[in-house]
Design a protein around this ligand. Structure first.
Ligand code: TZP
Ligand code: MG
Length: 213
């Protein structure tokens, strides 16, 4: 199983874009394309439904050695034994979450400013999401934070920091030039005509950006 420290490309199966019955198929496509870590995000589903979908995804992600992260539901993460749990600014603290999921499950946190990124690291998050970089329909109520602060966050990061929000193939060059080393891609993958090819393309560019210099 890949450790979160070794993950650079983060995919999300977001039920805002994927019908529940298409979740296994999408999981296969994302994993085969080469995401390093995958999240299940289902803002409108009840815990029992999230658990059912997680149990469909786990055999696929496990076989590929890709950690599965559950958004928002520590009880589901604990029950299915997912590798990770993801919480937002308005959810339980990292410590409270960790107490529910146990030490084998890593805890990620969404952050939307440099101050929040620092606070989440001080709180002991195992990784952070930092964004939205751009305006995005996946998280419509959030003000985009732009590319200016990425280098600063990486300069003090004590855990992996994944840049998120409007990340797509066209913007990747400027995101990488701004200092990003790890990214989350949601709609650009889920809405791609060929999901595997879309993931492969971003993955190769990310890998290339790490080997230059
Ligand atoms: N958190 C910050 S932006 C975002 C989340 C979950 C959504 C990113 O989705 P997309 O479609 O890649 O812009
Ligand atoms: Mg949440």
């Amino acid at each position: 199983m890949r450790r979160i420290e070794d993950c650079h490309l983060y995919g999300i199966v977001d039920l805002g874009y994927v019908e529940p019955r298409k979740v296994p198929e999408m999981t296969h496509a994302l994993v085969e394309g080469g995401v390093d870590v995958l999240q299940l995000r289902a803002k409108k589903l009840i815990a029992g439904e999230v658990e059912r979908l997680a149990r469909e995804m786990l055999p696929i992600t496990r076989l590929a050695g890709v950690p599965l992260v559950i958004n928002d539901h520590p009880a589901v993460a604990a029950s299915v034994g997912s590798e990770g749990i993801h919480v937002g600014q308005d959810d339980l603290s990292v410590a409270e979450t960790r107490a529910l999921v146990g030490s084998a499950c890593f805890v990620g946190k969404s952050t939307h400013s440099v101050a929040q990124a620092r606070a989440a690291m001080d709180e002991g998050a195992d990784y952070i999401g930092f964004g939205p970089l751009y305006a995005t329909g996946t998280k419509p109520d959030y003000v985009p934070i732009g590319l200016e602060n990425i280098k600063e966050v990486y300069s003090f990061a004590t855990c992996p920091a994944f840049c998120i929000g409007g990340v797509n193939w066209e913007r990747l060059p400027e995101i990488l030039a701004a200092g990003a080393q790890r990214v989350v891609v949601v709609s650009a993958f889920l809405c791609a005509p060929d999901v595997r090819a879309a993931v492969r393309q971003v993955k190769q560019a990310l890998e290339a950006s790490r080997t230059v210099g």
